[in-house]
Design a protein around this ligand. Structure first.
Ligand code: SF4
Length: 352
């Protein structure tokens, strides 16, 4: 069976999706990264192959997420794209008339405004963890409640107590304070869900006009308490996709499909046995100017295949110096990507 793979490699979770040539989801996996993106990806690929069968033939693979370049080199990605475009493409694929994507993941959150299947505006918050999945995980642990049950607790609340949610430190100390006052856990959890939504709308979504037909995706969309709070605050219907946590990976797989169909070259995918690949990631400081960039260098079987995280061209690999376009360089197995804002995504949306 032919398939396209997408990998959304984040600091908290690593999501993988395998799509058929028609864009149908064959398998979707959510794996905790636990500080080791390579191991998480290797695990995920094994799970995908186990679920779909060993005759799976990969026609293309794309990576997205904060570790997209690292994982892109690790798996031999054909396409490396940022999360904004991957989430937008997935949302449009699953919900053709989407106007706004609300996305809250493990470590960051985003809003994407879409008009006629084109991204017209977006914002992303990577600075503050308040309101993200990792913050909710911490609070669930502290309260002794599985995160999966957070939404059920919130729905049992008799009142929604206000929790300061502008930053993780304030939120946590306010929750402790409310508990000491005797406020019920259900009410605190409901207040926390409301606070997360308030924080999102006044920071990430600040100044954005939320278009009708809202899709809520990312790992936190599993939390029905937060979804309910969005419905109340916005006064709008919110759609939650079936594979809400894996939408970035689904978008990446769709982008791989678009690229491979358009450019028609053989995939660079290194296969499912990635643990056999001798892969190394190094960080060194460049002291050639006061910027003192911490350059990331990736090697496969001892050969440098990518460098990034620096501010000039000093450490560009020869291919980049020759002015290869993103598609050229990705065709040769190294990582490259295109900007999200203003990119037309409509051509990637149809399942054909
Ligand atoms: S990589 Fe470039 S910008 Fe960064 S420290 Fe070296 S010379 Fe300066």
């Amino acid at each position: 069976m032919n398939a396209y793979l997408g990998i959304d490699a984040g600091s908290i979770s690593t999501c993988l999706a395998a799509l058929s040539e028609d864009g149908e989801v064959l398998a979707a996996k959510y794996i905790r990264t636990q500080g080791n993106p390579q191991e998480a990806v290797a695990d995920g690929l094994t799970q995908i192959r186990d679920e779909t069968g060993s005759d799976l033939s990969v026609l293309g693979v794309a990576t997205t997420g904060s570790a997209r370049r690292l994982v892109g080199v690790f798996v031999g990605a054909d396409v490396v794209k940022n999360e904004i475009i991957a989430h937008a493409v997935a949302a449009i694929h699953c919900h053709e008339d989407v106007g706004t994507v609300l996305e809250i993941g493990g470590q960051d959150s985003k809003i994407i405004i879409i008009q006629d299947n084109i991204v017209v505006d977006f914002a992303m918050n990577t600075v503050c963890a308040a309101g993200t999945g990792s913050f909710l995980d911490q609070q669930a642990l502290r309260l002794g409640i599985p995160i999966e049950e957070f939404g059920d607790y919130a729905r049992e609340a008799s009142s929604r107590v206000k929790i300061a949610s502008k930053c993780t430190v304030f939120a946590e100390s306010d929750m402790i304070h409310k508990a000491q006052l005797g406020v019920a856990r259900e009410d605190i959890i409901a207040g926390l869900c409301e606070g997360i939504v308030r924080n999102y709308l006044s920071n990430v979504a600040k100044g954005k006009r939320i278009h009708d037909r809202v899709v809520f995706q990312g790992g936190v969309a599993n939390n029905s308490g937060v979804a309910d709070a969005f419905r109340r605050e916005l006064g709008m219907e919110i759609t939650i996709p079936k594979h809400r946590a894996e939408m970035g990976a689904i978008g990446a797989a769709l982008l791989a499909r678009r690229r491979m169909r358009r450019d028609r070259y053989d995939t660079s995918f290194l296969g499912f046995e990635l643990r056999r690949v001798d892969f190394e990631s190094l960080v060194f400081e460049c002291d050639n100017c006061p910027n003192q960039c911490e350059v990331v260098e990736l090697r496969r079987h001892g050969v440098v295949v990518d460098r990034y995280h620096y501010r000039c061209q000093r450490w560009d690999l020869p291919g980049a110096a020759e002015g290869l376009s993103p598609s050229d360089s990705s065709a040769q197995g190294s990582a490259a990507e295109e900007d999200a804002k203003g990119s037309r995504v409509s051509s990637a949306l149809t399942p054909h």
